[in-house]
Design a protein around this ligand. Structure first.
Ligand SMILES: NC(=O)c1ccc[n+]([C@@H]2O[C@H](COP(=O)([O-])OP(=O)(O)OC[C@H]3O[C@@H](n4cnc5c(N)ncnc54)[C@H](O)[C@@H]3O)[C@@H](O)[C@H]2O)c1
Length: 344
């Protein structure tokens, strides 16, 4: 895979977002979030999305001015109206506010409405772990997944993440969509001419299928773990959308098809300051003990190591930071070049 220096990627992304009209601090924030996501190896939610974000900024599906309003504010809880701004920027500001509240009062919650695609949920929960706190982040999205028993796109593949500081293990950071897989994995298999497992999607008639081509012909993603994933997707909808006042299920606009439509996406962020209740060092020791115990359990054959959630990403991030280089796929490179071209 082609490689690029991290500092060069950072500069190119910053310039793209600045040229697309974001204020300087916001161009820095979105670059930082995408860069960290990419360094953690979550390439589906890193710079490969840059062209789509730029198109939305140019067509005003994402407002550039960086304005938002707090419609409710208390010592532990705030509600933010994102006023159609960039989801990543609003989410970074919302979680920063939740952390600030948690520092003062133990817990901070911030709901956001009227936002846009926020990228990888784990970035924001990870902000808490870096600050010595437990973090939770969620977002709803446009409908892609069939509720158990339905054969239509009824709910988003609503991502959810929690993170906690983990001493020698860095941080635990569990960051998932609530569908079996993302649609990008299905399209990748289609391009490679491969079959997929029969529990990823149903076709337009509601039947099981292993043919990835059925997805683009009216197929629907399935929730992970059957009704359990569906139940969690609905939990995200309750916290991120119902509670925030944002769009619910099909009121969220499919930004992949209409770049001028406001996202109407909702998010939920929560920070818990561990040190208010228990010395942080004790908490980290207890996490280390838990992970060590789990890692030392008997393994099934063919398994070298039992991972903790977030380990793959933490290892990739450290390797990337040490080398100063990012691996960038051809598709991602194309997206960056096309974004630069749009702004020429
Ligand atoms: N903004 C949006 O609307 C949106 C929608 C969907 C997904 N997403 C993002 O897409 C990304 C990918 O989601 P996904 O569901 O495809 O992720 P995934 O299925 O690849 O799961 C990733 C998570 O599982 C953990 N994990 C992987 N293998 C493990 C193992 N053996 N043991 C323990 N933990 C393990 C990882 O550390 C990570 O936390 C996430 O960042 C998510 O937030 C965003």
């Amino acid at each position: 895979m082609p490689k690029m220096r991290i500092d060069e990627m950072e500069k190119r992304s910053y310039n793209v977002f600045l040229k697309a009209g974001l204020p300087e601090p916001d161009a820095k924030i979105i670059t930082q979030v995408l860069l960290t996501t990419e360094m953690r190896g979550i390439s589906t939610h890193g710079f490969i999305r840059i062209k789509k974000y730029v198109e939305c900024l140019l067509k005003e599906g994402i407002k550039k001015d960086g304005r938002y309003e707090l419609t409710y504010d208390s010592p532990v809880w705030a509600a933010m109206d994102g006023m159609g701004g960039a989801g990543i920027v609003l989410s970074h500001k919302a979680m920063s506010l939740a952390i600030e509240k948690a520092k003062k009062n133990g817990v901070g919650i911030v709901n956001v409405k009227n936002s846009h695609h926020f990228g990888a949920a784990g970035y924001y929960s990870g902000m808490c772990a870096e600050a010595g706190m437990i973090g939770i982040s969620m977002s709803n999205g446009d409908v892609l997944v069939a509720a158990t028993g339905s054969r239509e796109k009824t709910i988003g593949n609503n991502p959810f993440s929690y993170a906690a500081p983990a001493g020698k293990f860095g941080m635990i950071n569990f960051d998932i969509a609530t569908s079996m897989v993302s649609d990008m994995k299905i399209i990748a298999l289609q391009n490679e001419g491969k079959q997929m497992p029969d529990n990823w999607i149903i076709d337009k008639n509601g039947n099981k299928t292993q043919n990835p081509a059925d997805y683009l012909e009216g197929g629907v993603l399935l929730p992970f773990g059957g009704y359990k994933g569906y139940g969690l997707a609905m939990m995200v909808e309750v916290f991120a959308a119902i509670l925030s006042g944002s769009g619910i299920t099909n009121e969220v606009h499919a930004w992949n098809t209409d770049k001028s439509a406001s996202g109407n996406v909702g998010h939920f962020f929560m920070a818990i300051d561990i040190a208010k209740h228990m010395p942080l060092e004790i908490f980290k020791e207890r996490i280390e003990k838990m992970v060590d115990t789990i890692k030392s359990s008997k393994k099934v054959s063919g398994t070298d190591d039992i991972l903790y959630p977030g380990e793959l990403e933490y290892t990739k991030f450290k390797k990337c930071r040490e080398s100063g280089m990012l691996e960038i796929s051809e598709d991602c490179m194309d997206a960056i070049l096309q974004a630069e071209e749009l702004l020429h």
